[in-house]
Design a binder for this molecule. Structure first.
Ligand code: ATP
Ligand code: MG
Length: 355
């Protein structure tokens, strides 16, 4: 009997529905061993205009109930709340479901438009974990502003810091089983801020539970430099919310832009898989969007579901999706942003053909 997984699908705004369509096609056809029941969840700008909410209670409830959540891109800078602020339903989901671990893989393979000049034989394949619920985003939208002074608060809790560090070490362990180095680096600013000394102490405590892995520390400013100068040197790193926000865009830049950057936001019981990019209203409706970041995010979903539910075929299929995208990149079967001539559907079909 094949297992059926319920997936909450946020088709989203802008290029969202365009990149979601080929992604769902790929998932539908990928395996006889398991199956999906896709549940459509309206949200974002279109939903706001339609029913007056950018994250309807029914959609959030469906997301809570599902085995996993697939999300393309929500929001449109042209559609705002009456007070002029932009909606951020994807952040609201992260907070509502306590998705503390933002997983941002950075892989550079032949065919990507990387600005780096990699030395012969060097490959880049690391994962940045961004704590996604606290840190410098603690007072997000509630900062204290006076006429001549403004103030925000950085908050780290022992509970969340422990969880996100533990998540990172477990990920490094899984990767070690696949041939990676088993190295975990804490990225912080412990030399200046006492809060980060607190973070580091917790990181070191968690590290003691994983004697088979190497644990070390780096300052965030140095890490920004090393992302560019020796990106092949890293395996898995974990950092605070704002540092992670900035470093993950730097990581996307190393991969030649947002069109190639997948992500996952993972908590104890729920996980959202979505590309790092936004709804790209400038190219929406033209059919030219690059679907690879969305497709790779769906691959990360298979890996997560496969490990969680003990379905090795899903873990293997996640690797097949990544290999298929790599093969398309190497063959130049890509969209215009990467210098190719395929449209969104064509690029999706190219991945499907490789599978
Ligand atoms: P958000 O605020 O939602 O993060 P953003 O302002 O960062 O959005 P994006 O929507 O990510 O902006 O778009 C940034 C630029 O990258 C735009 O020029 C857009 O066209 C381009 N872009 C983003 N995603 C893709 C994609 N999948 N394929 C091609 N181009 C893309
Ligand atoms: Mg952005």
């Amino acid at each position: 009997m094949s297992k059926t997984f319920e997936i909450a699908v946020f088709h989203g705004d802008g290029i969202g529905p365009e990149i979601m369509a080929p992604t769902l096609d790929i998932l539908r056809g990928i395996s006889p061993d398991y199956d999906f029941n896709f549940v459509d969840c309206p949200a974002g700008a279109a939903s706001y205009l339609d029913v007056g909410s950018d994250l309807p209670e029914t959609s959030l409830a469906a997301a809570r109930k599902a085995d996993a959540i697939l999300l393309s891109a929500l929001g449109d800078p042209a559609v705002r709340y009456p007070d002029g602020t932009e909606m951020t339903p994807q952040i609201d989901i992260r907070i509502a479901l306590d998705l503390y671990a933002g997983v941002r893989p950075v892989r550079i393979v032949p065919g990507m438009k990387t600005p780096l000049n990699l030395p012969e034989g060097k490959t880049v394949d690391f994962v940045l974990i961004r704590e996604s619920t606290e840190g410098l985003f603690h007072t997000q939208g509630k900062g204290h502003v006076e006429a001549d002074m403004a103030e925000e608060t950085l908050r780290l809790t022992r509970r969340t810091t422990t969880k996100v560090c533990d998540f990172t070490f477990r990920l490094a362990q899984d990767r070690k089983a696949q041939g990676h180095r088993g190295r975990v680096t804490s990225v912080d600013k412990a030399n200046v801020f006492r809060a980060f000394a607190f973070w580091r102490e917790i990181f070191d405590d968690v590290a003691r539970d994983y004697p088979d892995l190497t644990a070390d520390h780096a300052y965030v400013d140095a890490m920004a430099l090393w992302f560019v100068l020796k990106p092949w040197d890293w395996d898995v790193m974990v950092t605070e919310n704002m540092f992670g926000d900035i470093l993950s865009d730097l990581g996307a830049g190393l991969m030649g832009g947002l069109g190639m950057a997948p992500s996952a936001d993972i908590g104890d019981d729920h996980a959202v898989f979505q590309p790092c990019h936004g709804s790209a209203p400038d190219i929406a409706g033209k059919g030219v969007a690059n679907p690879f970041a969305m497709i790779l995010s769906a691959g990360m979903m298979l890996d997560w579901l496969g490990r969680r539910h003990g379905v090795p075929a899903m873990i293997a299929d996640a690797m097949r999706i990544q290999a298929a995208v790599d093969a398309c990149l190497a063959a130049g079967e890509v969209t215009g942003d990467l210098g190719g001539s395929l449209d969104c559907r064509g690029a999706g079909a190219a991945v499907m053909a490789r599978l």
